[in-house]
Design a binder for this molecule. Structure first.
Ligand SMILES: [Zn+2]
Length: 343
């Protein structure tokens, strides 16, 4: 058990203090400060430091709700270590309720670790990274699907890295898509620099989805248990886990024709090889193109805007088989299978 230490950003939060603060990372055209809301819960007891970030994409709101709850839920007296919540990372995008930083559409999540002599996004990223990410040991970055799509609740993590695998497994989601993230993303950069980080993808943009928020809170608590910040709590086990590492086990099905899209799968997102997933018809109902499942799997992402042009992504499918398939089928039969990426 390590001694409790102050958490330093510019100033410091002593052990035993929970501090809600606003930290300036840029300025508006008016010269007013652009400030990110941050909560630091520095435990009375020493231990690892966990950072959590939300709204790196400004319209992805589920994680914002998760961090509001996390920051209210835990007290320094019970925490062995430190929790750092960056409630809204991309404030300009959040104010405009759009993914990128207006007006040049800069992607904050391709701008890490950033530099203080670079463009707006890289300067902002650099402030967030140096003050609130680098002092930590592990991290969780919350996202949702891009607008006009939805995604099944899942984790993205590089499972070839044992430290990342520990974090991903302890978060306890059923589905993990394994692989490196894009260059300049917070997950890639922090992991490479020794702070294992996972991305949580949950549902849709522009929404609070309470069942997903609740699951993420359980995931956070399980991570805090695994790393000893909450030493008396159990680590969650999700019942079934599918780690998808090979490109051949996942597919974005795309439209080959333009037209009106109608999803055809049933009430649950499990499809069998050659099942019809959707049809694309022309306006005269003269031409119909059937899109079939290339393998048995879960529909983990779907388009919500029901029109498509050639090349448009229609749905994201990951394969399941063997015991995982059997367990999912059992849960469906028992009415226990609750995954609905489109809800
Ligand atoms: Zn995102």
């Amino acid at each position: 058990m390590s001694d409790p230490k102050p958490f330093r950003y510019d100033t410091e939060v002593p052990p035993g203090e929970k501090r809600h603060l606003r930290y300036q990372i840029s300025e508006t055209y008016l010269g007013d400060p652009v400030e990110i809301p941050v909560t630091v819960i520095n435990g009375e007891h020493g231990g690892p430091r966990v950072f959590m970030t939300a709204a790196l994409h400004g319209d992805e709101l589920n994680g914002v709700k998760v961090l509001q709850e996390v920051s209210a839920r835990y007290d320094p007296a019970e925490i062995h270590g430190t929790i750092v919540c960056v409630h809204v990372a991309n404030v300009p995008g959040y104010l405009a309720q759009q993914r990128y930083i207006p007006i040049y559409d800069l992607d904050l999540n391709r701008s890490f670790p950033g530099r203080d002599s670079a463009n707006t996004a890289e300067r902002m990223a650099n402030q967030i990274y140096e003050r609130f990410v680098r002092p930590c040991d592990v991290g969780i970055d919350f996202h949702t699907s891009t607008r006009n799509r939805t995604t099944m609740y899942h984790v993205r993590a590089d499972m070839s890295n044992p430290e990342v695998e520990r974090l991903a497994r302890s978060f306890g989601s059923n589905l993990v898509l394994s692989g490196e993230a894009d260059a300049g993303s917070l997950r890639t950069v922090a992991t490479r620099e020794g702070m294992p980080t996972i991305t949580v993808e949950m549902g849709r943009a522009h929404r609070f989805q309470p069942p997903l928020v609740e699951r993420a809170l359980e995931g956070v608590e399980s991570v805090l248990a695994e790393y000893g910040l909450l030493p008396d709590r159990p680590v969650a086990w999700p019942g079934w886990t599918r780690v998808v590492a090979n490109a051949s086990d996942k597919a974005w099905l795309r439209a080959d024709t333009g037209g009106l899209v109608e999803m055809q799968y049933g009430d649950v997102p499990l499809v069998y090889a050659d099942d019809t997933i959707c049809t694309i018809t022309d306006h005269f109902k003269k031409r119909e193109k059937r899109v079939a499942a290339p393998f048995t799997g879960l529909v983990i992402g779907v388009l919500q805007n029901p029109v498509a042009a050639p090349g448009h992504p229609l749905c994201h499918l990951v394969s399941v088989r063997d015991e995982t398939l059997a367990e999912i089928e059992r849960q469906i039969d028992a009415g226990e299978f609750t995954e609905r990426p489109w809800s």
